[in-house]
Each structure stands twice: as C-alpha cells, then as structure tokens.
Design a protein around this ligand. Structure first.
Ligand code: ADP
Ligand code: MG
Length: 250
C-alpha cells in the first residue's frame, strides 16, 4: 500500500493549548480514511493542518506532514499550488454566491484557464464525477445556493474536483444532510476513491464503517488507534476505541 500523506509526530497548538498531540500516521493512496472521535478531540484541526488551513495567528505546529515526500510546512511550499492537489470540503455546504457553472469553473479560472471551451468541458466532467450533472445540466446558470443541501454539497465536491486534486479532505460533509442525501454522498465517495484519496472526518461511526478502508480514532488530541476498518471494528486494541465504538463514551 502506497502512502500519499505521511504525518510524523505532528502536534498542533492554539496558543499554549494543545489540540493535536504527537500524531503519526500514513494515509494511503486511493483509500478512504475516516477520522473519528468525540467532539473537540482534534479531528478538524488535524484535517485543516493537512490542508495548511491554519492561518490562525496563535496556531503553531510541531512535527511533520509530508505530501508525496514533500514537507508541507516548508516555508518555500507554494500553498496555492499545494491546495490544488489537496482539496477541502466543509461541514456546511459552502457554494459561492454565483451560478452552478461559475462555482465549478472558479478554481480552474484562478489557475489561469480562460478558454470557454476548456471550462465547459471541466464543468461538465466535474459535475459528472460529483454525480450532479444530470440534475443540473439544464440550469447551469442557476445560483448554486438555490440547490438542495445535498446538491450543494455535491457542487462543493465538483468544485474541489475541477482543479484535478489527488486528495480530497472532507470535514463532516453529511452532518447537515438528510439520510437520502447522506447516502448519495457516501456512494459518491466510494466511487471517487477509485481515482482519489479521500480523508473524511465524521462523528457518524456507521458512516465510517460503511465507507472507510481505514479508521483513525482520536481522543483528546491523540491518535488512539489506526488501522483497517475491519480490524478497528472487530478487534480494537484499545479499550477506549471499543468504548467509543459501542457508544460508552461520546
Ligand atoms: P473536533 O473537530 O474533533 O471537534 P477541533 O479540532 O475542532 O476538534 O478542536 C480541538 C481542540 O482545539 C478543542 O479543544 C477546541 O476547543 C480547540 N480549538 C479548535 N479551534 C480553535 C480555535 N480557532 N482557537 C482556539 N481553540 C480551538
Ligand atoms: Mg470538527
């Protein structure tokens, strides 16, 4: 199994408060990795750290995160280029206040694609990959914000896909969605994992078990246990993991 992201002895602090403690894990290519754990255990901080999304003034990191061998906290890293490769989708669907088309074309335009013909193709392909094309192809000029919650989240996934990332990070992407919209996103993520590496933060244990190849269980900033989903679920090594999975701690 080939790692695409390697996290080594990584810690993150807000001021002097530690949010992620000495985490070491490898994220494997074209797998779905779920990060689970109770609220406040550092899941979002770790995910945002992988995207370098921590411009918080008093935010500090220790240790290393490598993307394909490259240190992503190297001051010489081109963060804009890096974020093309490692995209992010948030908990609340966040379409920009513009048309469906412009939402998806946004990233490619920023990165210099001007040709209408090329943009048309990227928009169509990205919406197809995000399983949204059939629902919106006749109304690409409609504001993205007018779509249903589930469609908005798929639009955000299409927007992330439009710049041809290798990794997609998702922070509780279905927590604001109904069960049917959630199921669509789960199916979509499983399809996408054939070509992309997916890292999903979820507080929904069922979701992690349904879709993840690997599960990372965090507790109070620490990575308690990490491994193939079946091993974590059937033979957790840590009592804490077992208690979390059985709902004894939340
Ligand atoms: P999770 O996503 O697992 O709920 P977070 O990564 O959001 O956890 O938070 C981890 C810890 O860091 C919590 O104690 C939280 O209060 C703290 N934290 C998160 N964001 C900030 C912030 N912007 N400033 C200060 N503390 C923060
Ligand atoms: Mg969170």
């Amino acid at each position: 199994m080939e790692p695409i992201i390697e996290i080594e002895n990584f810690s993150a602090y807000y001021g002097d408060k530690v949010a992620v403690k000495n985490v070491t894990m490898k994220i494997f290519k074209n797998q779905i990795t779920a990060i689970i754990g109770p609220s406040g255990c550092g899941k979002t901080t770790l995910l945002r750290s992988i995207n370098r999304m921590n411009d918080h003034i008093r935010f500090q990191v220790e240790g290393k995160i490598y993307f394909k061998g490259q240190d992503i906290y190297d001051p010489k890293l081109d963060v804009t280029e890096y974020r093309k490769k490692v995209g992010m989708v948030f908990q609340k669907p966040t379409p920009f206040p513009m048309s469906i088309y412009d939402n998806v074309a946004f990233g490619p335009r920023i990165h210099g694609t001007k040709s209408k013909h090329v943009l048309d193709r990227i928009v169509e392909e990205s919406l197809k990959k995000a399983a949204l094309w059939d629902e919106v192809k006749s109304e690409l000029n409609k504001p993205g914000t007018k779509l249903s919650g589930g469609q908005q989240q798929r639009l955000c996934i299409a927007r992330a896909l439009a710049v041809e990332p290798e990794v997609i990070l998702l922070d509780e992407p279905t927590s604001a969605l109904d069960p049917i919209a959630t199921q669509r996103i789960e199916k979509l993520l499983e399809e996408l994992s054939e070509n992309y590496t997916i890292v999903i933060v979820t507080h929904n244990i069922g979701q992690a078990i349904r879709i993840a190849d690997y599960i990372a269980f965090m507790y109070r900033g620490e990575l308690v246990e990490y491994g193939p989903t079946r091993e974590i679920v059937e033979r957790p090594k840590s009592k804490l993991t077992e208690e979390y999975l059985t709902g004894k701690i939340g």
